[in-house]
Design a protein around this ligand. Structure first.
Ligand code: ST9
Ligand code: FAD
Length: 652
């Protein structure tokens, strides 16, 4: 394979940003019409081993095709984004892609953490897929608390090498995607020791397997971690080191360095090592939107086909879409798809702007970027996971069928709540930043996502039925919750608790404050986007977008009525108005519901669902899928004669 990648020498180029610029229409058909990218047998009927082998076959073909497009000058890095993301990627590899981490974390870490020379050495090889990498950070004993990682990289100045070692079982790397049997290299995050001192965690490039035979190298203990709730083809692995030596320049040294004599040169910020995690958290908001769109299309189309019960006696069974409770399950999730999509776009732009600043050595906005990426990743993935599950339930029994593709979509989306930072932990990171800003009010005024904190608490928010009011009320609630949590924190400290104990004892309130702050950002971005669109789209489209915005906002408000009653001037009677407003919106959106999900523009092959196809032939498809069960290949299964018959005939 040969893909030309030019490594720019300009320091201020945001190299990770080039991933996500869409320059041309993506040729889905080039992938979806390739018979080799279709599985002959539904994946669920394959063994664990066969699933993995099939996933590797498809993944290689998939990326070969992407590289072919690139070599023909048809699109660039944006093609990688399409095949890695939840839309095309999860259609072709519904149980996960064993090479994803190579593109999503290995290459971005080389780009973000390597010196120009290291990039020149590694990136071309990685882009050409001469080597396949993963990102090995989490260990059996620690995923969240990365300062507590146990893998050691000790510098030996005599040989100018690092010696990597796993001193305990809990030091084994555990979880990295593709680590089991796919990758032959990894970025390994380990505690750096030089001149007898530990300098904390740093990234190292480590070869794991022979480039020809793929046999594990001496001192490398490696394997796959086993079956999971979902993502069973991602080949998550474990990895232990027995005094494995790597050259000095295999430590990624853009931010901190170890000189040949072992002298440690400090990074301008130790948190720059965490850069790849920010990048992935940012792109996950988009992925959360994609998975929720997928489930929303399936459940909404199915709800238009499915007839059940009666609303009035003697009348035909209605489409289940006409039940208001069903609309309540579906439409707020459709609105969330728009909300997360707009938040993702805004966050991506913010990320680009701030990483460009970082490249010039300006770190002022890094804390806000971190806090914002954490909260948006946490809120969007949690809501998407809950939403997909609700949409699955909204399809009744058929939603429980693998053929609906909802169980496997849930398996993919719920993993996002844990990986790349467990959601509660991320909300606590945001809370840490909010409290800091709250305590030091002068900074609050400068930061775009925090500006509201300067005035929100003292601003009057008399109730009115408008999105502007919902935003003001959410802001006031977030400010009120931060203020209260901060007061409780201080009270606990005043009573003699250490700050850390007081923090832990206040953490339920802190998490809740951060969550409302995240929802405030999302509603505000939705509002800003719709205001921007209004003059550019037809009146009819403007009206529908406005309805979706209102639905998202009023639903967000109704989710925190208790907090509104505590922190704003809202009264019980106003909640009734909010409830009626929600019900009005459900009925306004009803005629456009199917059109709205059609607008997400996902082909049947991408939905991969017997319930969600464009033509609505739900029952035929379910029946056809049932015929694919290997049990139906023979009229009588051998277990009848072996077990059932003797059991039935026996005199018990
Ligand atoms: C071609 C590609 C295109 C892409 C296409 C799209 C396709 C998408 C497909 C997606 C598939 C993704 C598959 C990914 C699989 C998952 C991979 C993983 O999980 S990998 C494994 C992922 N693992 C995880 O995510 C582990 C989660 N754990 C952690 O990140 C950390 O342990 C921690 C943040 C919780 C604490 O860290 P700790 O060092 O204990 O820090 P303290 O709490 O003591 O705070 C100290 C100070 O540091 C500050 N600060 C902190 N972080 C940052 C930051 N990033 N920055 C800046 N600052 C930061 C903090 O604010 C505070 O400031 P101050 O108040 O003092 O001023
Ligand atoms: C599908 C999948 C793929 C993954 N891929 C990779 C990969 O490619 N590379 C990689 O390195 N890792 C990977 N991971 C690991 C992932 O990043 C970690 O699982 C994640 O960071 C959470 O860490 P943990 O598992 O240690 O959870 P824990 O931290 O043990 O969480 C358990 C509970 O403890 C709570 N908790 C922990 N710390 C705190 C705290 N400070 N305050 C309050 N509560 C706390 C959490 O909220 C949670 O409820 C993957 C994980 C999954 C599920």
């Amino acid at each position: 394979m040969s893909a030309k990648v030019v490594v720019s020498k300009r320091r201020n180029v945001n190299r990770q940003a080039i991933f996500l610029i869409t320059l041309w229409p993506f040729p889905e058909d080039f992938f979806l019409s390739d018979p080799e990218l279709k599985s002959k047998v539904p994946l669920e009927y394959l063994s664990h081993k066969e699933k993995y082998e099939e996933a590797v076959r498809k993944a290689c073909l998939l990326f070969r095709k992407v590289i072919q497009l690139q070599n023909e000058g048809k699109g660039g890095m944006d093609n990688f984004r399409e095949v890695l993301g939840g839309q095309l990627g999860s259609a072709i590899l519904p149980d996960g892609n064993p090479i994803t981490l190579h593109y999503v974390m290995f290459i971005p870490t080389l780009m973000g953490q390597g010196t120009i020379e290291q990039q020149a050495e590694w990136i071309q090889k990685a882009w050409n897929c001469d080597i396949i990498g993963t990102y090995a950070q989490t260990e059996l004993g620690h995923g969240t608390f990365i300062r507590g990682l146990e893998t050691v990289a000790k510098y030996d100045p005599k040989t100018e090498e690092f010696v990597l070692h796993s001193p305990t079982l809990t030091a084994y790397k555990w979880w990295p995607g593709g680590l089991g049997h796919s990758a032959n290299y990894a970025v390994v995050v380990a505690q750096l020791y030089t001149q007898g001192k530990c300098h904390g965690i740093h990234p190292f490039v480590v070869q794991l397997r022979d480039e020809e035979t793929h046999e594990p190298l001496p001192g490398i203990k490696i394997g796959e971690i086993g079956c999971k709730l979902g993502m069973n083809s991602t080949n998550n692995g474990y990895l232990g080191f027995d005094n494995v030596r790597i050259p000095r320049n295999y430590m990624l040294m853009k931010n901190s360095q170890v000189l040949p004599d072992g002298t440690y040169v400090k990074s301008p910020s130790s948190k720059l090592t965490y850069g790849t995690m920010i990048f992935v958290r940012v792109v996950l908001v988009q992925d959360a939107a994609t998975y929720l769109k997928k489930a929303s299309i399936i459940a909404t189309r199915y709800s238009a086909i499915r007839h059940q019960s009666q609303i009035k006696p003697d009348q035909p069974e209605p489409q289940i879409l006409d039940y208001v409770t069903q609309q309540y399950k579906l439409f707020p999730n459709i609105a969330s798809c728009f909300a997360f999509q707009y938040a993702a776009t805004w966050l991506w732009d913010t990320y680009n702007n701030i990483t460009e600043e970082l490249e010039t050595g300006q770190l002022d906005n890094l804390p806000e970027l971190h806090a914002t990426a954490c909260v948006l990743k946490a809120v969007s993935t949690a809501d998407a996971a809950q939403g997909v599950e609700m949409l699955r339930l909204a399809c009744g029994g058929h939603g429980y069928m693998t053929a609906s593709n909802l169980p496997s979509t849930y398996g993919l989306v719920t993993a996002m709540c844990t990986y790349e930072g467990e959601n509660t932990v991320l909300l606590l990171q945001t809370a840490r930043f909010l409290v800091k800003m709250w305590q030091n009010k002068t900074n609050v005024y400068k930061l775009p996502t925090m500006k509201y904190l300067a005035t929100a608490l003292n601003r009057a928010t008399p109730f009115e039925k408008s999105v502007e009011w919902v935003i003001a009320a959410l802001q006031k609630t977030a400010a009120g919750k931060i203020d209260l949590a901060n007061r409780h924190l201080n009270e606990r400290v005043a009573k003699g608790q250490s700050y850390e104990d007081a923090w832990n004892n206040t953490s339920i309130e802190l998490v809740s404050a951060a969550e409302v702050h995240g929802r405030t950002i999302i509603v505000e971005q939705f509002y800003n986007t719709v205001q921007g669109y209004k003059s550019r789209v037809s009146k009819e489209l403007g009206t529908v977008l406005e309805q979706l915005l209102q639905l998202y906002a009023v639903n967000a408000a109704l989710r925190c009525t208790g907090d509104f009653l505590r922190f704003t001037e809202v009264l019980g009677k106003d909640i009734t108005v909010l409830q009626t407003w929600l019900e009005e919106l459900l009925s306004q959106i009803r005629p456009n519901a199917v059109g709205l999900v059609d607008s997400f523009d996902m082909r049947d092959e991408i939905l991969s669902s017997a319930l969600g196809c464009y033509d609505g032939n739900v029952y035929e498809r379910l029946f056809n899928e049932a015929q694919k069960s290997p049990l139906n290949a023979e009229p009588v299964n051998k277990s009848y004669n072996l077990y059932l018959k003797p059991f039935i005939k026996a005199q018990l």
